[in-house]
Write a protein that binds this ligand. Structure first.
Ligand code: PLP
Length: 379
């Protein structure tokens, strides 16, 4: 299909039901399927861990909007990462991870897979020479996040894909922050895309889920085998909610970007703000790479304030429309203090974030209300 993004998001995997004509794929709340004689599967489905039509609709849609051939939906982003690592790595292998990896991903490597015998090294992904130097004969995966959380660092996906492939390794990109509307890593050479669909893909802060998308069908088979063998699949209701969110991903992302750009303008001009971190700013490290590989710059904005940690915390407490909370990517605006909330567990480590830092997930409310809320909270 050569249809555009929004057409795929609304139609891929979602043909009207052949029996009733229902336009929206139903929630197939069933664990098992009647067989027409022993071994005679009516529709290819036999048991809902192995496959469920609502989940298939989501999986086909996600594959289409990421430009892949196979999508797999999981119970959470971390469940997807777990299945991926067990499928492509073995004890004794080595993985390179971002120096500022998502905390849950870092914990998976540091506390879970290290006991399984998988070695890892955090590297600054924006430094290609450092990445090359960190590769070992056992390196199986280079794991990329771009933009990163919460400093919105940028990594060059195409350049890292070449480095990985020269070394015989796979390039995995966690595309959660950008979403497939803004960035399509498979087209830039990545082998596997990971999503926490909990965030922008679902988009309404009402469901936890994860996904893997690949181009290579053999790799897709192997991941599907592990999805079934390990069993952390997305349930039919979760798959349905996520698919409902996907339909509006394009229009939501455009509004997230519009609103974020206005918020960045306000923050940049505000006397209390000492630094604004946003990939769309010309002086942001990696801006040129972001401009090359992203359609727009996303809805996440971080900033630092005069007055240090206490003032940053006070601002988080003073907003009214920006709700104080973790997570991101929903229609509602969220504010948080990474040092004491999402990144509290990395205090004292190399991953520690500045105390005067505030992170915004800019939602799609009326932008004037968002600007007024921030102006009031900044004082
Ligand atoms: C939230 C998140 C995850 C983990 O996903 P869950 O759905 O919470 O398991 C992984 N990567 C990034 C970038 C995230 O923001």
């Amino acid at each position: 299909m050569s249809n555009g993004f929004e057409t795929l998001a609304i139609h891929a995997g979602q043909q009207p039901d052949p029996v009733t004509g229902a336009v929206v794929p139903p929630i197939y709340a069933t664990s098992t399927y009647k067989q027409d004689g022993v071994g005679g599967l009516r529709s290819g489905y036999e048991y809902s861990r192995s496959g469920n039509p609502t989940r298939t609709a989501l999986e086909e849609c996600l594959a289409a909007i990421e430009g892949g051939t196979r999508g797999l939906a999981f119970a959470s982003g971390l469940a997807a990462e777990d299945a991926l690592l067990r499928a492509v790595c073995a004890p004794g292998d080595h993985v390179l991870i971002p120096g500022d990896a998502y905390g849950g991903t870092y914990r998976l490597f540091a506390r879970v897979f290290s006991r399984w015998g998988l070695a890892y090294d955090p590297v600054p992904l924006n430094d290609i020479d450092a990445v090359r130097a960190a590769i070992r004969p056992e390196t199986k995966v280079i794991w990329v996040e771009t933009p990163t959380n919460p400093l919105l660092g940028i990594a060059d996906i195409a350049a890292l894909a070449s480095v990985a492939h020269e070394a015989g390794a796979l390039l995995v990109v966690d595309n959660t922050f950008a979403s497939p509307y803004l960035q399509q890593p498979l087209g830039l050479g990545a082998d596997i895309v990971v999503h926490s669909t909990t965030k922008y893909v679902g988009g309404h802060s009402d469901v936890v889920g994860g996904a893997l998308i690949v181009r290579d069908s053999g790799l897709g088979e192997d991941l599907a085998y592990h999805q079934n063998a390990m069993g952390a699949v997305a349930g039919p209701f979760d798959a349905w909610l996520t698919l409902r969110g996907v339909k509006t991903l394009g229009v939501r992302m455009d509004r997230h970007c519009d609103n974020a750009e206005r918020v960045v303008e306000l923050l940049t001009a505000h006397p209390k703000v000492t630094k604004v971190l946003y990939p769309g700013l010309p002086d942001h490290p990696g801006h040129e790479v972001a401009a090359k590989q992203m359609k727009r710059f996303g809805g996440m904005v971080s900033f630092q304030v005069a007055g240090g940690e206490e003032e940053a915390v006070a601002i988080c407490d003073r907003t009214e429309i920006f709700t104080l909370g973790e997570s991101l990517g929903g229609v509602e605006s969220l504010i948080e203090h990474p040092g004491r909330m999402t990144h509290a567990s990395v205090a004292g480590s190399a991953l520690e974030v500045p105390g005067d830092l505030v992170r915004l997930s800019v939602g799609i409310e009326s932008v004037d209300d968002l600007l007024a809320d921030l102006t009031r909270a900044l004082g």
